[in-house]
Structure formats: structure tokens, C-alpha cells
Design a protein around this ligand. Structure first.
Ligand code: ADP
Length: 369
């Protein structure tokens, strides 16, 4: 009797130990699954979900029951449903991609696999590839845009060169005009390439900005010198009203480039006889510079996008004015690299105000007012 009791006790101990072990293993597995960024579900042999992790709930954007549901009820996608059936019945693996519509559409890459020979059922792993696909699209659009932008001047250069070769070179009135056009278009090409290189250096954080104290009135005055000729040609007055004591912390060359791009746009998109005014002030320990124009303005629906590469409100007008569509994108990158930002306010037909914010180099007392 005592022996039997002993055997039962020992069996009980062994079972308890094994139970504790299984418990631990199951908790570890749950913790691992819930810690994963990928969504996972496991189905039984009928294709009904019997287990899932936390990430899956977020991906499917559901608060309802997942366990006990069939794939079709959860995602309404025939391809996924068939993949689960194939995995359960034929032991076949499938990869597929689907888009979840809704307020925030998501793209999911899914791999459905059978569980194994002695384990009936299937498992599916869900990767959220929304961001990846978006980046791929941005890259493709960028390459398409660059090619298109390069093609325009190249076509012109080739066309005029061929016309010259075809005999126009002998024509004393036409030939110089054509050479002029070729020259202008090649300048345009090189501006485009320069802007692209600058943008790519900024985006890859290759440029090391040299942060110093920069008097903003000086930077604005240098930038305005560059556009003076263009402004005079259009009878546009450019007024600079930045207090001499307003000093920002930033890269001198970068700030001049920012102000030049903003001033150049202001002159470019303001009709003859207009006005461009640059003002500056210290606000809450930040330097604020406004570049205001009385130009064509920008409709509200375009405002959020004008800082994107190659985004233009009016492609034809921008090109005619010699724009590359990259200026504001460079401004935005430069400002953010200097710990500042750029904003825009605009009314169509009334004008635009571009405002840059930059860390200040001096205590507020010295330039207050
Ligand atoms: P672009 O070389 O075409 O001027 P930008 O990146 O500098 O490229 O500007 C993007 C677009 O934003 C311009 O094509 C233009 O439509 C609009 N824009 C920029 N500045 C102004 C402004 N001061 N007034 C009106 N529209 C502007």
C-alpha cells in the first residue's frame, strides 16, 4: 500500500512538473507571438482561426472576435480563403498581397503555410507593407519625374543642334538665336542637376552644416542681390526690413540659399509692378523671417504639397519661369537640418507669405521690439 502511495505521489510530482513546464512554454510562445510586429493566426483543419497574436488585431483593424472565425468572415478575400483551404487540405503554401480598404488603407503581404504532417491546420503570417509600397511608389515617381524633367531640355538642345547641322548654321540671323536657346537649355539642365544633387545630399544627410551665428539681415541682403536684376526687370520692389540685431543659429550658406529660393519664387510668381517684403522678428526665442509677396498666390488645396519634390501648381508657368520644382523641397530640408522649419500662408490672387523659423543666437532683450 505504502509502495502504491509512493508511486502515485511520484507520478503526481512528475505530472505537476511537466504541467508547469508546458505552462511555461505556452506563456513563452504567447509572449514571443505577441512581441512580433507581424500578425499571425493559426487555424484548425477546417480553416477556423484557433489562435492569433496581438499584432493581427491591429492589422485587421477589428475589435470583434477573431478566434472561432473563418478567414472569409474576417477579411472577405477569396484569395486568402482559398489559400487557407489549400494549406489545410493539400499542404500547399501560398504568398499573396491584399489591400484593406477603410479610413487608413493598408497593404498586407501574407504567407499561408500548412502546420505540418502530424498537425492538421494552417498558419498565416501577415506583414504590413503599406510603408514599403508607398516608398517604392515615391521612388518610381521620382525617377519618372527626373527623367521627364531632363528630357525636356535635352530634346530642345538636340533639336536645335540638329537644325543647325542641317544648314541653319549658315543663316546669320537664325543661328545665333538657336545657339542662345541651346545655351539657356544647357544652363537649365545644369541647374536641375545641381538641385537634384543638393537635395540628394540633404536627404542622405551627407552635407555637414556649419552652424554659426548668422545675422539674418546680411543673409537676406545677399540673397536679394541675386534676384535684384530679375525684380527690376519686372518692376517689382523688394524691401528688406530685418532688424540688424536679429541673429540666428544656422549654416550661413544654407540660410542664404533658403532666402534666395524664397525670394526668387516671390519675384517669379509676382506679376509686374508687385511688391516683395522681407521682415524679421524674434518670437519666443526663435528668429522668424517672413517673405511676403503680392503675387498670384496658391490655392488652399495645393498648400500642403508645394514642398514636395517636383510639385508645382502650374507646371507650364513654373517651367517658363525657369523653375525646377525642387526649390521649396530644398528649403524644407535645409530648415529642418538647421533645427528650424518653413511654413506658408497664401490667398489666390492676393499673394503668399513664406515664413521660416530658426533657433535664435542672441538673448531676446537685445533685439526686442
Ligand atoms: P519651382 O521651381 O516650380 O518654383 P518650387 O519648389 O520653388 O519650384 O515651388 C513649388 C511650387 O510652389 C511652384 O511651382 C509654385 O506653383 C508654388 N510657389 C512657390 N512659391 C510661390 C509664391 N511665392 N507664390 C505663388 N506660388 C508659389
Amino acid at each position: 500500500m505504502a509502495n502504491l502511495q509512493g508511486a502515485i505521489d511520484s507520478l503526481h510530482q512528475q505530472l505537476s512538473a511537466r504541467n508547469a513546464g508546458l505552462n511555461q512554454e505556452s506563456r513563452t510562445l504567447t509572449a514571443v507571438l505577441d512581441g512580433m510586429a507581424e500578425g499571425i493566426w493559426v487555424t484548425d483543419a477546417e480553416g477556423t482561426v484557433v489562435r492569433h497574436n496581438d499584432a493581427l488585431r491591429g492589422m485587421l483593424q477589428t475589435t470583434g472576435d477573431i478566434i472561432g472565425q473563418r478567414p472569409l468572415a474576417l477579411l472577405r478575400n477569396d484569395g486568402l480563403n482559398e489559400a487557407v483551404i489549400r494549406a489545410c487540405r493539400e499542404g500547399a503554401s501560398t504568398r499573396l498581397e491584399l489591400t484593406l480598404e477603410g479610413l487608413f488603407p493598408r497593404m498586407l503581404a501574407i504567407r499561408v503555410t500548412p502546420l505540418g504532417k502530424d498537425l492538421p491546420g494552417s498558419a498565416a503570417v501577415f506583414h504590413d507593407v503599406t510603408e514599403l509600397r508607398h516608398l517604392e511608389k515615391v521612388r518610381k515617381d521620382f525617377v519618372a519625374n527626373v527623367s521627364h524633367e531632363l528630357r525636356t531640355p535635352i530634346t530642345a538642345i538636340r533639336g536645335y543642334a540638329e537644325t543647325l547641322q542641317g544648314g541653319a548654321l549658315q543663316d546669320a540671323t537664325i543661328a545665333p538665336k538657336m545657339v542662345d536657346i541651346i545655351h539657356r537649355q544647357s544652363e537649365r539642365l545644369s541647374e536641375l542637376v545641381e538641385d537634384l544633387l543638393e537635395l540628394s545630399r540633404l536627404e542622405s544627410r551627407e552635407v555637414k552644416l556649419k552652424v554659426t551665428d548668422v545675422p539674418l539681415a546680411v543673409a537676406a541682403s545677399r540673397a536679394s542681390e541675386v534676384v535684384r536684376h530679375k525684380a527690376q526687370g519686372k518692376k517689382i520692389t523688394v524691401e528688406l526690413n530685418i532688424p540688424p540685431g536679429l541673429v540666428g543659429r544656422g549654416d550661413e550658406r544654407g540660410l542664404e540659399q533658403v532666402l534666395l529660393n524664397l525670394l526668387d519664387n516671390a519675384v517669379k510668381y509676382t506679376p509686374e509692378g508687385g511688391r516683395v517684403v522681407v521682415t524679421g522678428a524674434l518670437e519666443e526665442a526663435r528668429c522668424v523671417v517672413h517673405v511676403r509677396d503680392t503675387g498670384v498666390g496658391i490655392e488652399p488645396r495645393h498648400l500642403a504639397r508645394i514642398f514636395e519634390r517636383f510639385y508645382r501648381v502650374d507646371k507650364g508657368r513654373s517651367r517658363d519661369m525657369g523653375g525646377t520644382g525642387l526649390g521649396l523641397s530644398i528649403v524644407k530640408h535645409l530648415m529642418s537640418a538647421m533645427g528650424g522649419e518653413v511654413r506658408v500662408e497664401s490667398q489666390p490672387n492676393e499673394g503668399s507669405t513664406f515664413t521660416i523659423f530658426l533657433p535664435a543666437a542672441v538673448p531676446s532683450a537685445s533685439v526686442a521690439g
